[in-house]
Design a protein around this ligand. Structure first.
Ligand SMILES: [Zn+2]
Length: 522
């Protein structure tokens, strides 16, 4: 319905400007293009374009953008946009050929403008409903298309840079201290678009986590996985700050009023390292990047190598740098579209060659990267804990509409149900087995990204008078279940039980059967 409304709007606009004269046509073209881009999105996803979609696009980097342009979604998007842009022109040509062109302009102008306004009001009422309509009418013109969309765009462009500016200039007095005798190091592995339901460890029928599943079955003293973990949202730009800042995910601008775990670790004398399997430069500065600059050592893997595993080459030197306690953050490219660019050809394990199989390959490759990471920390006598989670899940053609990605429309559960696993190295398991048991005791309790920062600090023995809360720390005996929130695509926080997830997944029989290739099994 929205699509039709937008289309009629474009047509009307075009007609108005044709009547007003050809110079006004130049004014109509930007509106028409804008309208076509919005409409095309609605046609493809059956969902309105949101603040987070546009913001995510702006905060992407060059390689990511290039990969996205080759996706079937993007190609369809462009084709539909072009058709919409051209169609008013085609229609008008048709009308003049059939001699039903608009009447002479001087005669109709005042009446025509009135009709236009009335029609627009009608369109608007069809496009909105109930509460939305009431609030929009109360708020006036700012909430009408296309002013509404333009304000959203302005908000994205300026809000992020405003928050970043505030954050960088923030000086919060911190009294963070590390408990004497705590020698633990934490490696926080932030996965990308890895959903729980595609992981063997979490019951997927595909063998995508041979390493983690083996740990779960055979090395209980070294491994715990949380069974009910959700992300704060379905976009990186909201979820990652919620993990590494002491602010809750719910209000984006709060980030500028709370310290990151890195500032707290720095104050407490813990070494902070950021390893990123991605490029440093994005089109627009992101809040995540601004926070990550709090780390003492920062390494971006933008030297041309493309896989998460390559970043591990930096690890031995970092682990053996002589510091007694470290907080290492390793941000993966993980399972971000384009899936088949995320792993080396030797890790191509699923057939046939379709996107769904590529996605499984990327999950399996992350499992391999985690196994190598664990091998590295098992060679040291220092206690290490690897925490692996994902920034959000993924929509893998779940409704059979050919869409792959996250946060394009109202979420499905797969976009927020993510893994949270703890891998304890042998030195840690030997010294702190009671702590491993505490985590296991809590493993069935519902948790979210809001628990990550407190849990990291808890493991490092960092506490302070203001920000750390043991009731959010999964490793603490004082840990409690808290209400969990989902930040929706318009940045509104909703308790998870109240969020209405889309529920129309394809059944297994409607899906192409995927198999593990022989050279990968066993
Ligand atoms: Zn992400």
């Amino acid at each position: 319905m929205s699509a039709l409304v937008f289309y009629l709007y474009s047509f009307l606009l075009f007609t108005t400007f044709i009547i007003l004269g050809r110079y006004y046509l130049f004014l109509a073209i930007p509106s028409l293009v804008f309208s076509a881009l919005v409409t095309s999105y609605v046609v493809l996803t059956r969902s309105k374009i949101s603040l987070n979609v546009v913001a995510s696009v702006l905060e992407t980097d060059f390689r990511e953008a290039l990969e996205f342009t080759s996706s079937p979604f993007f190609i369809r998007y462009i084709l539909i946009s072009l058709s919409i842009i051209m169609s008013p022109y085609v229609l008008h040509r048709l009308m003049s050929l059939l001699k039903i062109a608009p009447l002479r302009k001087l005669q109709v102008r005042p009446l025509f403008i009135l009709i236009c306004l009335l029609t627009l009001t009608g369109f608007h009422h069809i496009d909105t409903s109930g509460n939305e309509r009431r609030t929009i009418n109360a708020a006036g013109i700012n909430n009408y298309f296309p002013v509404r969309e333009m304000i959203t765009l302005k908000r994205i462009l300026f809000e992020a840079s405003w928050v970043i500016n505030q954050y960088q200039n923030m000086s919060i007095p911190l009294d963070s201290e590390q408990n004497t005798g705590n020698d633990t190091s934490v490696i926080l592995v932030i996965g990308e678009a890895a959903r729980k339901s595609s992981m063997g460890l979490y019951g997927s029928k595909y063998d995508t986590t041979p390493y983690l599943s083996k740990l779960a079955n055979e090395s209980q003293e070294n491994f715990v996985h949380m069974s009910q973990m959700v992300s704060a949202s379905a976009t990186t730009r909201v979820s990652v700050p919620s993990m590494i800042s002491m602010s809750s995910a719910a209000r984006f601008s709060d980030v500028a009023h709370y310290p990151s775990i890195y500032r707290m670790a720095n104050t407490a004398g813990v070494e902070t390292v950021y390893l990123a399997s991605k490029a440093k430069n994005t089109f627009f500065e992101s809040v995540i990047n601004a926070i990550m600059q709090d780390n003492k050592v920062i390494i971006y893997n933008d030297n041309g190598s493309e896989y998460d595993g390559d970043v591990l080459d930096y690890l031995p030197e970092i682990i053996n740098d002589g510091s007694s306690s470290q907080l290492i953050t390793f941000q993966l490219a993980g399972s971000h579209y384009k899936y088949d660019a995320r792993y080396p050809p030797s890790h191509d394990c699923f057939e046939p060659a379709i996107e769904e199989a590529f996605y499984l390959n990327s999950i399996r490759y992350t499992d391999f990267v985690l196994s190598r990471l664990a091998q590295n920390v098992n060679q040291t006598e220092k206690p290490y804990v690897i925490i692996y989670t994902s920034d959000h899940g993924e929509y893998v053609n779940d409704e059979g509409d050919g869409i792959f990605g996250h946060g394009f429309k109202q979420f499905v559960k797969n976009e927020v149900e993510v893994p949270l696993v703890f891998i304890f190295n042998d030195a840690f398991a030997k010294k702190y087995q009671e702590l491993v048991d505490v985590v296991r005791l809590h493993s069935q309790i519902p948790v979210s990204h809001d628990n990550v920062s407190h849990t990291v600090l808890g493991l490092l023995g960092i506490s302070d008078s203001k920000y750390y809360s043991s009731s959010y720390d999964i490793t603490s005996e004082a840990f409690l279940e808290h209400e969990r929130f989902i930040v929706d695509m318009n940045m509104k926080d909703v308790p998870i039980e109240l969020y209405s997830f889309r529920q129309s997944p394809l059944s297994n029989s409607e899906r192409t059967e995927i198999k593990l290739k022989p050279h990968c099994s066993g």
